[in-house]
Unconditional design. Structure first.
Lengths: 435, 339
């Protein structure tokens, strides 16, 4: 039997992928581990390897083509098979046999526009009964996933646990936050990339192709801003004690190559505050709130122009259990990786709260859009010297403005004020962050 | 085979001894404690036991309590059952459980039913013990796994240890139990070494032990194949599959609660049982898991058994016939949809 290579799922939120470049051509001999193609996902461009030894019998899509995950994209004839007949047989069969292929062929253009793929229904085949494992059915109910929107990856198309988990994660990146009536699970064309008003390119204008990452940013943030009832609460922190402590620690830690940033303190202060304020580490799930067991703090990292620009969220896992030194090391390693090699899906998954810091650019204050399925994001400005009144005396102090954006379905204003008060206490009494 | 060393910090003292020493220690300690306990079987006395399990016991306890019997399982098993009914607490050694088949009437038709049939007048506090399963090229008739056949009978208890510590703890409990206990050992494990507590040591029946914690798949086993499961779990860990290995220790009573707890966590269950698959402890476990965990399963319970053929004599065929680590790995991957 020749092996059909399908578009793999290379990230949790990936729905379709583009073959940027084929590294093999028909007739090439390949061995397990050889790179077949560069595939662009919604997040990054990644190498796709073969898991079979054999001869490339057929490439089913061209470079630049974008297809849904699961769509056959190449056929590999394994030892002893006639490569040409294997390729012919398979390419003839590929389109009509699998619904996924049909979607890919029909929807090639729409897929590009919407960035979403409508999966064929599990009920689709002759009205046959849905095949789904018991735990998958139960999880779908609990997580509010519509099983009719899924294509199962188990035998005979059975929907299994991992399919529900993947759907919930996809959904979590936007729709988990909303009741089904507002945000149907079958990914309706999100208004993301499609401009709401016709845009005419006037004289002197130029067009820039949009990367997968830019499309993801567009889609997810439109979903976030249009479905989550955002509001903001700000607070100003006295940073003098923290800066003094930081200066002392960095002087002492310099021989060990440790340099703590103000942001490292903020990550720890926010993470520690979750113990008293669990709703800031939670997600709206349609009919209930899920309070997460781990505190994973996402840190927004901007990418340099030579890497295509844009922004990713690197995740510091279990940040409430890590000391400043570890938070600093983790953050620096992730930022470095993001700016050089690019982050892998595992580096970006599972944030439960996000911090965006534009302090290093001299920004006084700003507001951020919630990173779904989080319920809150903290936007930090720079620590700046200002005239301040302390003990009824006018003097010079260093202050930092921070603004929380909140999901009102989960967090009310007074809760936000209490959370910020705890964060302020942590930052203004920074010795508490050391233990 | 991996050596299982389980050290319980609450134990006062342990030392490494062989599986056979652990069995002997349990029997000897109970014989010192209770004059009603005695051992009988083929070659248990003068020859020190065909597998040296009863080595030295004749010297200590004398011929009235360590009794060599004729080669007549039906006769000496029946005699022992009579002694148990009259208040003694016999331990019957079958050189191999394969040889117990000729004693099926007394051990299956009398011992487990006596309490019921006598309206509670006569119990049958007896331990039947011996080697079970493939001993290594012993051929079809001498390689019986009797757990499938015998565990079918109500009224008996069945303990199947997988390591020296459990051999002692379960044997002590078996001797003190008031019901007939079928105690299944393995010739392949008698030389296995492990830490075993000194002094009185009892493991309650019906309490499974987690031999290895894991999150992705529950492996349920008992007796020798537990060790195959641990080998498989180590191999699967390299592939990022985290297996939880449950050692049932007794299959009657069966600690279904521990299995359910684990399967609710992992959503996958593979049962490894060296008896044949049809009407086996493995099929019973699978059935109960399907009953109790229906909404927790992502796939049907997979089972790894000895192949459905008479045990082959050839070494390579016998290895392949058994539920070995490779076959367990394949079942786990298949169950997790990773085949």
């Amino acid at each position: 039997m020749p092996t059909t290579v399908t578009m793999p799922r290379l990230s949790d939120t990936m729905e379709a992928g583009t073959v940027i470049k084929w590294h093999v051509k028909e007739g090439d001999t390949v061995a397990t581990g050889d790179v077949l193609a560069d595939v662009e996902t919604d997040k990054a461009t990644m190498e796709m390897q073969t898991y079979d030894d054999g001869v490339v019998a057929k490439l089913l899509i061209g470079a630049g083509d974008r297809v849904a995950i699961g769509t056959p994209i190449a056929v590999i004839a394994v030892d002893g098979e006639d490569a040409s007949s294997a390729g012919a047989a398979k390419s003839a069969a590929a389109a009509p046999t699998t619904a996924a292929a049909a979607v890919a062929t029909n929807d090639e253009a729409p897929v590009v526009v919407t960035g979403t793929v409508v999966m064929p229904s599990v009920h689709a085949d002759n009205g046959a009964r849905a095949r789904i494992s018991p735990v998958a059915r139960r999880m779908a109910e609990e997580l509010g996933v519509d099983i009719n929107s899924l294509r199962g990856t188990g035998p005979g198309g059975r929907v299994i646990k991992r399919d529900i988990e993947a759907a919930a994660t996809r959904k979590g990146s936007g729709a988990v936050a909303a009741p089904a009536s507002i945000m149907p699970v079958v990914a309706a064309p999100a208004p993301a990339a499609a401009a709401s008003m016709p845009v005419v390119a006037g004289p002197g204008s130029r067009e820039v192709a949009v990367s997968g990452m830019r499309q993801t940013i567009a889609r997810r943030l439109v979903e976030s801003k249009s479905t989550i009832p955002h509001y903001q609460v700000s607070m100003r922190f006295n940073m003098d004690p923290l800066l003094e402590l930081r200066k002392m620690l960095n002087a002492q830690l310099e021989p060990q190559g440790v340099k703590l940033s103000v942001n490292d303190f903020i990550v720890r202060a926010c993470a520690l505050a979750m113990a008293q304020h669990p709703y800031f580490n939670a997600s709206w799930a349609g009919d209930r709130i899920i309070i997460h067991g781990e505190v994973n703090v996402g840190v927004a990292v901007s990418l340099p122009a030579e890497r295509g620009g844009g922004l990713v969220v690197a995740v510091i896992r279990n940040a409430d259990q890590k000391g400043l030194r570890q938070i600093s090391l983790d953050t620096r390693a992730l930022a470095e990786k993001a700016r050089t090699r690019g982050l892998g899906p595992e580096d970006m998954m599972g944030a439960t709260f996000t911090i965006s810091n534009l302090g290093m650019y001299g920004v006084d204050n700003f507001t951020a859009i919630i990173n779904p399925p989080n319920s809150a994001i903290l936007a930090c400005g720079a620590a700046v010297e200002r005239p301040v009144v302390r003990n009824s005396q006018l003097c010079v102090g260093t202050e930092l403005d921070a603004t929380l954006s909140l999901d009102h379905r989960v967090i009310d204003g007074a809760m936000a004020a209490e959370y910020l008060t705890t964060v302020r206490h942590n930052l203004e009494n920074p010795a508490t962050l050391l233990v | 085979m991996s050596t299982v060393t389980v050290i319980d910090p609450t134990m006062t003292a342990t030392r490494e001894i062989e599986f056979r020493d652990a069995l002997r220690e349990a029997m000897s300690q109970e014989m010192r404690r209770d004059p009603r306990v005695f051992l009988l079987g083929e070659e248990v006395a003068q020859y020190n036991g065909a597998y040296k399990v009863s080595k030295g016991m004749l010297e200590e306890f004398g011929p009235r309590r360590i009794i060599d019997t004729p080669i007549s399982e039906s006769g000496f098993a029946g005699m022992a059952i009579g002694a148990a009914m009259m208040g003694l607490r016999p331990i019957v050694e079958f050189m191999s459980w394969s040889f117990s088949l000729v004693a099926a009437d007394p051990i299956l038709n009398n011992a487990p039913k006596m309490l019921y049939m006598s309206g509670g007048q006569f119990g049958c506090p007896i331990v039947f013990r011996g080697n079970d399963g493939a001993g290594g090229q012993l051929g079809s008739t001498h390689s019986w796994c009797v757990e499938g056949l015998y565990s079918n009978v109500p009224g008996l208890k069945m303990a199947i240890p997988s390591c020296p510590e459990d051999a002692k703890g379960l044997m002590t409990t078996a001797i003190r139990d008031d019901d007939p206990v079928f105690f299944l050992e393995s010739e392949r494990m008698l030389g296995m070494k492990g830490h075993v507590p000194e002094g009185d040591y009892l493991i309650p029946f019906g309490q499974a032990k987690v031999r290895r914690e894991g999150t992705d798949c529950t492996l349920v086993s008992f007796g020798r194949p537990v060790n195959f499961c641990l080998d498989a779990a180590a191999e699967l860990a390299k592939e990022g599959i985290s297996c939880e290995v449950l050692d049932m220790r007794t299959i009657r009573p069966l600690d279904i609660d521990s299995i359910v707890r684990s399967v609710r966590k992992t959503n996958y269950c593979v049962v490894v049982d060296q008896s044949w698959s049809f009407g086996s402890p493995g099929s019973e476990v699978a059935s109960q898991v399907h009953q109790h965990c229906f909404d927790d399963l992502d796939n049907f319970v997979h089972r790894v058994h000895s192949a459905d053929v008479p045990t082959p004599y050839a070494f390579n065929l016998e290895q392949e016939y058994l539920p070995n680590a490779r076959r367990i790995c394949e079942a786990v991957r298949s169950c997790l949809y990773r085949a």
